[in-house]
Ligand binder design. Structure first.
Ligand SMILES: [Mg+2]
Ligand SMILES: [Zn+2]
Length: 181
């Protein structure tokens, strides 16, 4: 059986503007290049979103608010024929010591089993060092973005990390790379 490669996408600072803990759909602002990038990627990859939403554990947002926002994001993308196969959301804060908060890999492992994913050909894209570390921990290629918190934390990632200005540039890299294999 053929296994599918996947791209795991961070949410805030990757697909949409990072404006802090989002409670309402009115605060969601997609980057102008998000749709183009995802349409390109989904031709060759299964798409997933993995998001850390510690605002829930901190009492700054509720599970319901975050879930409404997530639904809205998936629906908005769906209207543009973009299919996100699954969205995984960690509601915990660091002190909770959960198994799902990036850079931990539980969600990637879950997706890999459920959707028959070939991790050796998969990628993770995000704007935080924890996204990069999550990719390393899971054995998939991480791409670091300079949108969102990317510029601020750039000094914290290792020299060999692949860096792109935004999701569209990272997606072009992935598509090219995929053609070569
Ligand atoms: Mg982010
Ligand atoms: Zn968690």
């Amino acid at each position: 059986m053929t296994k599918y490669p996947a791209v795991f996408l961070d949410r805030d600072g990757t697909l949409i503007d990072d404006v802090g803990y989002i409670r309402h759909t009115s605060e969601v602002s997609f980057y102008p290049f998000t749709s183009e990038a995802l349409l390109m990627l989904q031709e060759h990859f299964l798409l997933f979103v993995i998001t850390n939403q510690s605002g829930i554990a901190k009492g700054l947002t509720t599970e319901k608010e975050v879930s409404e926002v997530n639904k809205y994001i998936l629906n908005t993308l769906k209207k543009q024929d973009i299919i996100i196969h699954d969205l995984f959301c960690c509601p915990h804060k660091n002190e909770d010591n959960c198994e799902c908060k990036k850079p931990k890999t539980q969600f990637i492992e879950k997706a890999a089993t459920k959707y028959d994913i070939d991790l050796t050909r998969s990628f993770i894209i995000g704007d935080h060092p924890s996204d990069v570390q999550c990719g390393i921990n899971a054995g998939i290629t991480p791409l670091y973005l300079l949108t969102g918190h990317g510029r601020k934390h750039k000094g914290e990632i290792s020299n060999e990390t692949i860096i792109y200005t935004n999701l569209l540039e990272a997606s072009k890299y992935i598509i090219n790379k995929n053609k070569q294999t």
